[in-house]
Design a protein around this ligand. Structure first.
Ligand SMILES: *Cc1c(COP(=O)(O)O)cnc(C)c1O
Length: 401
C-alpha cells in the first residue's frame, strides 16, 4: 500500500473537556432533544418517515406563518436553501434587484449572477437598514423579476425592519420577493403570507437552534407557478424544487434525505410550537435587550443605533486598543465562551438566537466579555454591566404574548 494509516488523535483529546458555550453568530447551542434526535438513523422512505415529514411541514407552516404547500427541506447549509430559492426563481436573463446590506445579502446577488441574471445591487450603507423609499424607487425604475433581501444581516447586525412595506410594493408590481431569514426566523415576527413574501429561506443552526446542514425553504403559490411553468431545465439537479417535491410531497425518492438532520429539525420545530411564537419572540427580545443594556452598562457601545439594530445578533464596537482576535481567544480559553469576530467593521458579535437566549448564558457571556476586556487592559465597569443586565431582565414587559 502506498499510503500509510495516518496518526489520528481521538476526538476526546481534541475537544475541550467541557463544551464551549456557543454565543457567536452560529452555530448555536442545541436543546438535548435535538441532539438526541440527531443521533438516530431511520429509513429515509416509508411510513415512519412520511409521518415525520408531514409534521415537519405542518410545524414549518406555523413557524413561517403560511398556508404554503411548498415548504421543503434541503440537505445543506443555509446557503443551500438560498441557492434553492435563487436557482428555482431566477430564470437566466431575468432581472434581479438585490438589496445589499452586507456579506449575506451580497451572497444572494452572487448566486443570481451565477444563474446568469442581470443583477442590480442596491447598496445600503453599513449600520443602517434598507430605506423603503429608495428601494421602492429602484423597483419602479428597474422593474425586476425578483427582489432579494435579508431580514437580518448577520454580518453587520442590521435589521431590515421595512421588509413588510418593501415586499408589499414588490408584490403589487409582480416582482417575486426572496427573503433570507436564516438568523431571524422564529426569533421575531415574519408573516410570510401576510407580507407577501414568495420564498423564505432559513438554516438549521441559527434562529431554529437545530444542527447545521439541514435547512428549510418555503415557496408561495405564485413562486410555485413560476417553478412549474418554466420552460428551461434547471442546471442544478439537487436543488431542483420540482424534484424535491417528489420527496417532500409525494412520498417518493429524490436523494437520500439527511434523516438524522430532519429528525433534529423536527425536534427544534416541535420545541418552537410548544413554546409558541409569541412567547419565543418575547424571550428573544427580552434577552437581547437585556444583553444590550449589560454591554452598555460595561461602558461599551453598540455598532447599530435605533430601529436598524438587529436583536438576533448584537454588534459591539471594539475599543481602540483591543484586538478582536485576542479578545475572542481570551474569552474562549479563560471562560469557555465563544463569540464571533467580524469580516468587515471593527466589531465583535454576540448571538441571540434560540438557546442563546437564556438568562444564565447572558450572565456568563457578559462576565466573560467584561473580565476579558479588563485582562487586556480595558477599563470596563463589570458590576454595573451585570446590574444593568439583571435590571433589564427583571423589568421587561411582554409585547407579543
Ligand atoms: C449564516 C447565514 C447564512 C448562511 O448560512 P450557512 O449555513 O452558513 O450557509 C445566510 N444568511 C444569513 C442571514 C446568515 O446569517
Amino acid at each position: 500500500m502506498r499510503h500509510a494509516v495516518p496518526d489520528i488523535v481521538p476526538l476526546d483529546n481534541i475537544l475541550p473537556d467541557e463544551p464551549l458555550l456557543m454565543m457567536g453568530a452560529g452555530p448555536v447551542p442545541i436543546p438535548a432533544k435535538v441532539a438526541a434526535a440527531n443521533g438516530i438513523v431511520i429509513n429515509h422512505l416509508g411510513d415512519t418517515m412520511a409521518r415525520i415529514i408531514e409534521q415537519v411541514k405542518a410545524m414549518s407552516r406555523y413557524v413561517f406563518q403560511t398556508e404554503s404547500q411548498h415548504i421543503m427541506g434541503v440537505a445543506g447549509p443555509g446557503s443551500a436553501a438560498m441557492e434553492m430559492a435563487i436557482v428555482n426563481l431566477v430564470v437566466p436573463g431575468s432581472k434581479v434587484l438585490s438589496v445589499r446590506n452586507g456579506f449575506f445579502s451580497n451572497r444572494l446577488a452572487e448566486m443570481a449572477e451565477r444563474v446568469e441574471a442581470e443583477v442590480i445591487r442596491l447598496d445600503v450603507g453599513s449600520a443602517q437598514a434598507a430605506d423603503p423609499e429608495t428601494i421602492i424607487a429602484a423597483l419602479r425604475q428597474h422593474r425586476p423579476n425578483v427582489l432579494t433581501i435579508v431580514q437580518g444581516e448577520t454580518s453587520n447586525t442590521v435589521f431590515n425592519h421595512a421588509l413588510p412595506e418593501i415586499a408589499q410594493v414588490a408584490r403589487e408590481m409582480g416582482c417575486l420577493v426572496i427573503t433570507d431569514a436564516v438568523c431571524t426566523l422564529s426569533t421575531m415576527p415574519l408573516d410570510m403570507d401576510d407580507w407577501g413574501v414568495d420564498a423564505v429561506i432559513t438554516g438549521g443552526q441559527k434562529g431554529l437552534s437545530s444542527i447545521p446542514g439541514v435547512s428549510l425553504v418555503a415557496f408561495s403559490e405564485r413562486a410555485w407557478t413560476l417553478i412549474t411553468t418554466r420552460k428551461d431545465t434547471l442546471r442544478h439537479w439537487c436543488y431542483d424544487a420540482k424534484l424535491a417535491d417528489q420527496f417532500w410531497y409525494q412520498k417518493s425518492y429524490h436523494y437520500t434525505a439527511p434523516v438524522s438532520g430532519i429528525l433534529a429539525i423536527h425536534e427544534a420545530l416541535r420545541l418552537i410550537c410548544q413554546e409558541t411564537l409569541p412567547r419565543r419572540f418575547d424571550r428573544h427580545l427580552k434577552c437581547s435587550l437585556a444583553l444590550q443594556a449589560g454591554i452598555e452598562g460595561l461602558g461599551l457601545s453598540l455598532y447599530v443605533q435605533g430601529p436598524s439594530r438587529l436583536n438576533s445578533v448584537v454588534g459591539i464596537n471594539l475599543p481602540e486598543p483591543i484586538d478582536g482576535k485576542t479578545l475572542l481567544q481570551h474569552m474562549s480559553k479563560q471562560h469557555g465562551v465563544e463569540i464571533s469576530g467580524s469580516f468587515g467593521p471593527r466589531i465583535v458579535r454576540i448571538g441571540q438566537m434560540g438557546e442563546q437566549c437564556r438568562a444564565h448564558h447572558l450572565f456568563r457571556t457578559l462576565h466573560a466579555l467584561g473580565s476579558s476586556m479588563q485582562a487586556l487592559g480595558e477599563a470596563v465597569d463589570l458590576p454595573s454591566g451585570v446590574a444593568a443586565l439583571e435590571r433589564a431582565l427583571g423589568t421587561y414587559l411582554p409585547r407579543f404574548d
